[in-house]
Design a protein around this ligand. Structure first.
Ligand SMILES: [Zn+2]
Length: 273
């Protein structure tokens, strides 16, 4: 499943492609056809994301998109004629220069302003949004008997975190994934939140989840100088490294299913509450 940085990048790419233009809006598959007709040929105002939710504002209406596990929203250049439709396309945006095809989303609906508010209010703070207030996330974690590893995956606690960021931020801050939220110290929470803000900002800029400190620093330098590399050597510490030695203490990296996804952690050096 895409993590929050993917949706923020997608919003940015949609804005670059369509903002200020009046794209054709269609549903080649048909399931979104009636709604598409309402906004077809109208002004594309903006796209924006909160966590894993994407909103596209066209012609005074808002389209809510959730990619879910398999959804893809792909933007491509248009050269001459309209590109043929490949596969099952729920939503197509098309102007003179760009085409964006949405396939396999969990959600693609027109929503009212009240529904947008309700959807966003249910989400936790999003570390990618500048100035996001982490306190509501701390309040939830601080009062919960669920494990911190489970809470980090809950979009109503913090929006946009998926399995990779979950595993890696716990490792980076040496926090034991099985500890209950109510046992986590405020200093640990603050360290994880600041780290997520930093990690996910690099994710938005590079399109990659880079969590190994040296790579992260290199990526930050690349971003500052406008020279983002196509690849980084070993972008993660523990995610999908089960059975290998921990890069920090040499213990074996372990895995087990938690909150529906494989958690990866080091039992040797992740002991902080
Ligand atoms: Zn370790």
């Amino acid at each position: 499943m895409p993590e929050g940085h993917t949706l923020h990048r997608l919003a940015r790419e949609l804005n670059e492609a369509f903002a200020g233009t009046m794209p054709q809006v269609t549903s080649p598959q048909g399931r979104f056809a009636e709604s598409a007709a309402l906004v077809d040929g109208r002004l594309f105002e903006r796209a924006w994301a909160h966590g894993k939710l994407l909103f596209v504002e066209v012609g005074g209406q808002t389209i809510h998109v959730h990619l879910g596990l398999i959804g893809k929203f792909q933007i491509a250049p248009v050269v001459g004629i309209e590109p043929p439709v490949n596969g099952v396309v729920r939503l197509r945006l098309l102007n003179e220069h760009r085409v964006a095809d949405l396939r396999g989303p969990m959600v693609c609906d027109l929503v009212t302003p009240e529904e947008v508010d309700a959807l966003v209010t249910r989400q936790g703070p999003d570390p990618i949004q500048p100035g996001a207030d982490p306190v509501p996330a701390w309040e939830r974690i601080h009062r919960s008997g669920k494990s911190i590893a489970e809470l980090l995956m809950d979009q109503t606690v913090i929006a946009g975190i998926g399995n990779i960021y979950r595993c890696e931020v716990l490792f980076r801050q040496r926090v034991g994934p099985a500890y209950a939220g109510k046992r986590i110290k405020r200093t640990s929470f603050d360290a994880m939140w600041s780290d997520l803000v930093r990690l996910m900002a690099v994710g938005v800029q590079t399109g990659r989840i880079i969590t190994v400190e040296e790579d992260l620093e290199a990526a930050e330098r690349d971003i500052a100088t406008g020279r983002i590399k196509p690849e980084y050597d070993r972008p993660n510490y523990v995610y999908q490294h089960d059975g290998e030695p921990c890069p920090r203490c040499g213990s074996r990296v372990r895995t087990r299913v938690l909150a529906g996804r494989n958690l990866y952690w080091c039992g040797g050096c992740q002991r902080r509450t």
